[in-house]
Structures are given as C-alpha cells and as structure tokens.
Design a protein around this ligand. Structure first.
Ligand SMILES: Nc1nc2c(c(=O)[nH]1)N[C@H]1C(S)=C(S)[C@@H](COP(=O)(O)OP(=O)(O)OC[C@H]3O[C@@H](n4cnc5c(=O)[nH]c(N)nc54)[C@H](O)[C@@H]3O)O[C@H]1N2
Ligand SMILES: Nc1nc2c(c(=O)[nH]1)N[C@H]1C(S)=C(S)[C@@H](COP(=O)(O)OP(=O)(O)OC[C@H]3O[C@@H](n4cnc5c(=O)[nH]c(N)nc54)[C@H](O)[C@@H]3O)O[C@H]1N2
Ligand SMILES: [Mo]
Length: 793
C-alpha cells in the first residue's frame, strides 16, 4: 500500500517567511476516503489532543459520525496546519473495540454490568476504606489528557471532599520537571514564552527536544523560518541525529545523562565572554554570584570529556547562545527524564536570565509540555499541587482555597508535599493504598519497570478502577472498568504549552453507555454525598460550563487567571492565552514582560526545593533568599548517572517517540495510516556499533537490562555510538491480536528502572545500562521500523 503523502512528508508544504512577519496561513484538511468538504454536515470547533501543541481544528461530522478534521486558519497556534497524528488519529473514535459498557471482575473475569452496579462497587469500597483507615487508603492517578473541568472536579473531590494527599497525574512522567524548573526559577509554574517567539527569534535552541516529531506543527513554523529570509540559527542538544539535528547550525550529541555538565560549561562560557546583561541580572535576579562560582569548575575541556563532545562544538554552541539578539529555547524529555532533570532544565532558564532574554518578542523559554492538557492537570490541582498555583506550604493559600470550596482548611491535606506517583505505587505495593483509581493513562505500558508495575496493579488486595476508552493493558488488570467518552464526544477546555486555552465542543454521541469523565466524577461525588460546611453539595456544578465558571473563580488573582474567559469568548476565533482578565481581555502573549515575576514570598506557588536532596525550601529560607520577588538563578553541581554502562551492560539505553505514534498507541494504533507507518517496535543502533558487532539492518536483537528484556528489529540510525534507542509505544496490545502478555516483551519499560529526579520526582526513562545480542538474522520483517520520511531516504 502506498503511504499517504502526509506520512512521507509529515510537515507538508513550506510557506517561507522572514523575521517579524506573520506566519502564513495553510489550511490542512483530511476527510474519510471519497468525501469532499461539501459532504460534511457540520464542522465542530475543537483542538488537537495528541500532543501539547494545541492546534486549533474543526471536526467534520456526517450522519452523526466524525469523518475528518480541518485546521483552523484563525488559530494563533497553527494558522491552519495539522500534523500526521491530527490528520489521521480521529479514526480511533469509531473503532469497533471502544469500551461501551462498565465491567466488573467476577470470579477472575471482567464481565459487563450496569453503571449503577459498577459505581456502587467503587462508592461502597470508598466508604469502607474511609471508615477503616481514612483517606490515606485512597489514591487517584490521572492524566494530561482529560479536560480542565474534569481535573478541577477530580481535585475538589479528592482533596476537598475525601482529604487524600495521594493524587497525581501521569504529568509526573511527562512535565513534572517543566513545572519544577519554572518553580525553581520563577517560584511559580507558568510558561514564560509564546509560540510566536519563533517568528522573531534569531537563534532557537532545543534541549533534549525532538520537536520535529513531537510538536510537528510547531516544527513546521521553524522550518518555514528556515526556508525564509534571515533564517534563525538552530542549536540542537540530542544524542540522536533527529530531524531537528539535521536542520541545526550546531548539533551537540552528548552522552545521555550529562546535561548538567554540558549546561554548566555553556554558562561558564557566557560568563567568561561577558555575554551577560548585567543590568537585567542586577535588577531582576538573585543568585548570580553563586552561579559564577559554581560554573567556574566546568571549563569546556572538562565537559568535552564527560559529555564526549568536541571542544570546538561547545565553543560554537556557547557563541550561538551568547551572541543571539533574540533567543528562544525549548526543553523537553531529553532533559526531563533523567537523574538531574530539574537541575538541567533550570540551567536553561539561567541562560535566559543571564542574557536578559525573557518577555520580549523572540526571547522566551518554553519548558515544554507533552500532553495536550498537562498544563491543566497542573493548574487545576489534579497532579497533587493545589489549584490555581496555590502554595501548599502557605497557610493563607490553603485558607483561601477552603473559602472558595466552603470547607474547613484543615480538611485540605497540606501537612506534607503531595504524594508523587512513584510513591503512590510504593504505597500500593506495601498495601496502604487499597483503592487506586486510574483515569486516562495506561501505566501497564508507560511506567518504568513493568514487571513490578504489573505485580502491584494485579494484587488481590488492591481495588483497581480504570476509566478509559479502550480495554488497555491496564484495564485488563482492573477490578472495575468505567467506559469514558472521548475527545469529540464531550465538551471542555484545555490549555497548550504556550498557555493558549481552547474550547473543544462535543461533535458526536459517545458509543454505547460510555460517559464523559466529568459525569463519572460527578456521579462519584453524589454517591458519596460529599458536602461543604453548610451541608450543601460540595461540587456545585453539573456540567462542563458550570465547572469552568467554578474554576474561573478559583483562578482569579492567581498567575493562571482565567477570569476574563468564557465558553462564548472561546467560540468562533482563536484560542486565547491566560492570564486573561478584565485588564487583559485578549489574554497575555508573554509572561514577565516587565521583569516582574510571580515570586513574592506571600504570592508564589513554591519556595523551591534543594536540587540534590529534593527537600522543600522552608518559607523562612525563601523569604531570606528572595524577599523582593525576583527571579532565582539556581546553580547545580553535575552528578553522574546512577546506572552506567560496564563490561556486562556495555550500552546506554534511551527511549522516546516516533512522529507516527502517540504513547501507548491506543488511538494511533487504530488509525490505519499511522499504524502502517510504524507497525512494530524497533531498536536504533549506531552504524559503527552495528558494524563492530556484525549486525545489519533488520536483525532481531534482544535488548536486556537487569529488569527484563525486549526483542526488536535493528534499525541503523545517526545515534551516538554506544547508545541504543527504543520507542516506548508498543505494549502487548496489537491490532493484529499478536503479542500475548507472556510472549517476548516489546515494551521499552520492561527495561527501565525505578528511579527519579529528586526535585521533580519525574522517573528516569532516558538512561539505563543495557546489553544486546542478535537472536535472529532472518530479515523478512526488516521494514517493521517507522516509515522513512522523504528527507531520510
Ligand atoms: N509523535 C508524538 N508526539 C508526541 C508524543 C508522542 O507520543 N508521539 N507525546 C507527547 C508527549 S506527552 C511528550 S512528553 C512529548 C515528548 O517530546 P520529546 O521530548 O521531544 O520526545 P522524546 O522522544 O521522548 O525525547 C526527546 C529526545 O531526547 C533525546 N535524549 C535522550 N537522552 C538524552 C540526554 O541525556 N540528553 C539530551 N540532551 N537528550 C536526550 C532523545 O534522543 C530524543 O530525541 O511529545 C509529545 N508529542
Ligand atoms: N520508556 C518511556 N516511558 C515513558 C516515556 C518515555 O519517553 N519513555 N514518556 C512518558 C510520558 S512523557 C508520558 S506523557 C507517558 C504517557 O503514558 P500514558 O498516559 O500511559 O499513555 P497513553 O497511551 O496516552 O494513555 C492515555 C490513556 O487514556 C485513554 N484516553 C484517551 N482519551 C481519554 C478520555 O477522554 N478519557 C479517558 N478516561 N481516557 C482516555 C487512552 O485510551 C489511553 O489508554 O508515558 C511516559 N512513559
Ligand atoms: Mo508526556
């Protein structure tokens, strides 16, 4: 089968433009075979949900079914463009194997039941556990893929109604470090930059971010600048030769796990050459002198050795950063999913603080999100933090939240930092968490060390509730499965990486008895009869718009202020960036424009953490450090990765993504064009390593770590010698029905380790020591790897 043009050319046609010019419009449309726009009954406004870009799109509806999508040319994020997952992923909505009825486990098997019975099991068990043990028996593990209204409701129920501190999102695996790095530098979450900075930047630096494959429309914006007059210079820091690396002016290929070493050397160079905006530093920051002292120990020669990068390349990279007139930086999983995640990400903020490059066109940091609604998980309090970027260690903030919720402040757990996911798993393993409710995430594929995860989730003594749209690997371990309505089948809002809020309207009915996540949470609250301190229902809304109005009040006056938004405001035009208030009715393009931060001790979301131990900074310490609410320049010493290669395990293993699939493929694996483009797992190996071992493209390798092993076909790629790359998309579910759970593993997380960054608690998916051997030289399935794009051929 010939692949669709947008599979081979994922970024589509170039529309070149110059610095400061508007990015030209390009309308991307994809309809089901044989249909033309004239056949469409209705177009329903929404935005893309298979990445954090927030591409505005309209859903095409015909005869009550989704039949395609069309980019919204008026949208500030994508100017009409869509990526391959956006173009084809919607087909999963109508997949015949959608969950349509609740299931409960009876005699070891999941059987269909009514909503009343299923919810009854969950409510009864919740009551029993509250009576027996209290709220510490209850854990909630949610996602970065529901809507804002759903998170806010879940956060209210879990924190305000039940009083458990065990609430987290898979954002812990994803952008916990983005939040942590922003909290360290600016004392609050909130993305400083704007996607429009790409239009103005003369230098764009990508740190551990394969934007071409993971934010493909934003990369299209970069490609269009590169094709136009006065193109920006691009710095790429990635051990692999990604499409970003191929477009880069300078590509640094550091040894995985050495980001802090590299950043410290670059910072030292900036200081040595006095590429520093001293007026900015003096007026708006604290901590500069400590940084100068710290990075003195990191000459480029040392970094060159530790990172194994040529000295000349480091000089070149520092020159790019140091001589930029308008610098835009982005940071993602190559930095976030490693042992010094927060420390490394913070050093990118430091580059911008040193250079005074924040809050102006072309000058911005994007501590990227990954999932479409991860920002909302964080701001609405479903990742454990308090809603509205309130500070759990500031009693006045807790009291303010209690006022909004009309409950006693003592009913909101704030005696300790919110329990992070890896600790929630530990409590479940030890048996103190006895009910775990998983919504919109597939931990049996996406968490590290899967053998352990399966053991924990399968325990008899744990009531596992899974709310999903498919019977995933995780749902198959559940005691209760709740069928959810998907994107396109429910209404709500969500916020992308650069704070743009989009409304996604319901286009079609959910299948069977599937229901919106919001309605399921509301049912639970009703079933438990949760009340406020006046005896009124705790949750005061019954639909998405009501929840949004409730959230607006909760966010008022906080950094993520939505008070100037409404569903009506979000209809018809572009998405709008928060803060959006009476004073800024059209939203706010960039934060920190006047060098003013959200970091005043009484206002800030966080006092920060020690980068090495992760211990929270105390209010008193913070007040002494930063009494005037400036930005904080935080220095960090390099530490080597915890698991390093040796004679037994000679390779470094990293994991990540391809452009054609989203995560555990529950949607993209059901879109024929995408599934055909990357049907099975592969392992990327450097040509030099393959030659040395006598392996060739298509050989079946077994990759092993002390946790497990995976079999994958070899694919030669421009990766650093000594490093192996596995995509983590492939669990044992397959459209062809293959890969039984006890067959040879193919999920990258069979191999990854239980370990995390001390400050953000984000698990380490990007450094492990591994060995590899060839198990089969029969290359009949040699093309199992992803389709090579036109430019790769
Ligand atoms: N197509 C597609 N797009 C997606 C997603 C998807 O599943 N598929 N998921 C979305 C989500 S939730 C997320 S979080 C984002 C993730 O987006 P990215 O972070 O761009 O994706 P990854 O492939 O996880 O990792 C990025 C790069 O980190 C590099 N890397 C590994 N180790 C190191 C290291 O030690 N140092 C440095 N500097 N780099 C290193 C890898 O080689 C890889 O190219 O993508 C979002 N967009
Ligand atoms: N080795 C390795 N592991 C990783 C990573 C890596 O780079 N390497 N990356 C990590 C990162 S950044 C992320 S974000 C995670 C992602 O990991 P997961 O969150 O586990 O991945 P998804 O496949 O996106 O799971 C989302 C689930 O939600 C369901 N769903 C979709 N829409 C809805 C809805 O509206 N309601 C409900 N209730 N369910 C819905 C989908 O069917 C799917 O089962 O993986 C992490 N794991
Ligand atoms: Mo993510």
């Amino acid at each position: 089968m010939a692949s669709h043009p947008r599979i081979a050319h994922p970024w589509g046609r170039r529309t070149p433009y110059g610095p400061g010019e508007p990015w030209p419009v390009r309308e991307d449309v994809q309809l089901a075979d044989g249909l033309t726009p004239d056949d469409v009954d209705r177009w329903v406004q929404s935005a893309a949900v298979l990445h954090s870009n927030g591409d505005g799109l309209d859903i095409a509806v015909k005869d009550g079914r989704i039949v395609g999508v069309r980019g919204r040319t008026v949208d500030r994020v994508n100017h009409g463009r869509l990526g391959p997952k956006d173009l084809f992923g919607w087909q999963a909505n109508h997949s015949p194997d959608r969950l349509t009825r609740p299931l409960v486990r009876r005699d070891g098997r999941l059987v269909e039941t009514s909503w009343e019975t299923a919810m009854g099991v969950v409510v009864d068990r919740t009551r029993e556990l509250l009576a027996e043990q209290g709220p510490s028996a209850l854990g909630f593990y949610t996602t970065g893929q529901l809507f804002l209204e759903e998170y806010y409701t879940l956060g209210l129920i879990a924190h305000g109604g039940l009083g458990t501190n065990h609430v987290d999102g898979n954002t812990r695996l994803c952008t916990a470090t983005a939040a942590a790095a922003l909290k360290q530098s600016f004392a609050s979450d909130g993305q400083p930059g704007s996607y429009a900075d790409i239009d103005h930047a003369d230098t764009i630096a990508l740190f551990g971010h394969n934007m071409a494959e993971t934010q493909s429309v934003t990369w299209t914006r970069v490609l269009d600048r590169l094709a136009g007059p006065n193109p920006p210079r691009v710095l790429c820091v990635d051990p692999r030769e990604t499409p970003v690396a191929r477009a880069a002016t300078v590509h640094l290929r550091p040894r995985p796990g050495t980001n802090v070493m590299l950043m410290n050397a670059l910072l030292r160079e900036l200081i040595e050459h006095d590429w520093v905006d001293h007026a900015y530093v003096d007026a708006h920051t604290v901590g500069y002198d400590e940084l100068v002292q710290r990075v003195a120990d990191y000459p480029v020669e040392r970094a060159a050795q530790v990172c194994d990068v040529p000295v000349g390349d480091l000089h070149e990279a520092a020159r790019l950063l140091g001589t930029a007139g308008r610098l835009l930086s982005t940071v993602l999983q190559g930095f976030y999913q490693s042992h010094q995640a927060t420390a490394a990400a913070v050093q990118v903020n430091n580059v911008h603080l040193l250079r005074g490059m924040l809050g102006r066109p072309g000058c911005g940091v994007l501590q990227m999100n990954g999932q479409p609604t991860a920002q909302n998980t964080r701001e609405a309090g479903a990742d454990g933090d308090l809603p509205g970027f309130r500070n759990w260690s500031n009693d006045a903030h807790v009291a303010d939240l209690a006022r909004i919720w009309n409950i006693d402040p003592m009913d909101i757990p704030h005696y300790a930092a919110p329990t992070h996911l890896m600790q929630i798993m530990r409590y479940a393993e030890q048996g103190t968490i006895r009910l775990l409710w998983v919504t919109g995430t597939n931990p049996a594929v996406s968490l590290p060390e899967l053998a352990r995860v399966r053991r924990i989730l399968a325990q008899e003594r744990l009531l596992l509730v899974v709310q999903d749209i498919f019977l995933t690997e995780t749902a198959q371990l559940a005691d209760v499965v709740l069928p959810a309505a998907a994107w396109g089948e429910k209404t709500g809002t969500f916020t992308n990486t650069d704070r743009t809020v989009h409304l996604s309207e319901k286009a079609v009915e959910p299948p069977g008895e599937a229901r919106p996540d919001l309605d399921i949470f509301l049912d639970y609250a009703r079933g438990l009869d949760l009340r406020d301190q006046d005896g009124d229902p705790l949750v005061k809304w019954s639909d998405a718009e009501g929840a949004f109005e409730g959230w607006k009040e909760c966010s008022r006056g906080r950094p993520c202020d939505y008070s100037g938004l409404s569903y009506d405001r979000l209809r018809g035009g572009s998405g709008i960036q928060w803060p959006c208030t009476e004073d800024a009715p059209d939203g706010t393009e960039r934060l920190y424009a006047d060098g003013r931060f959200f970091s005043a001790p009484d206002y800030c979301e966080s006092y920060g953490r020690d980068l090495v131990t992760g211990a929270p900074v105390s209010p008193v310490e913070y007040r002494a450090l930063n009494p005037d609410g400036r930005a904080v320049i935080k220095a960090a010493a390099y530490q080597s990765a915890h698991e390093r290669p040796d004679a037994e395990l000679p390779f470094q293993l990293i994991t990540g993504r391809t452009i054609y699939h989203f995560h555990t493929r529950t949607k993209t694996g059901r879109a024929p064009e995408l599934q055909a483009a990357a049907p099975d797992v592969w392992v990327e190996v450097a040509a030099a390593d393959a030659a040395e071992q006598g392996w060739v493209e298509g050989d079946l390798l077994e990759v092993s770590t002390p946790r497990g092993s995976v079999q994958a076909r070899l694919r030669v790629g421009g990766i650093r010698p000594g490093v192996l790359f596995l995509p983590f998309h492939y669990g044992y579910w397959d459209t062809g029905g293959g890969h039984a759970p006890d067959g040879p593993g193919r999920a990258a997380n069979e191999l990854t380790l239980t370990d995390w960054d001390p400050a953000s608690k984000q698990p380490i998916f990007k450094t492990a020591a591994a060995r590899a051997r060839r198990v089969d030289g029969d290359r009949t399935a040699a093309d199992a790897g992803p389709t090579r794009t036109e430019e790769e051929r």
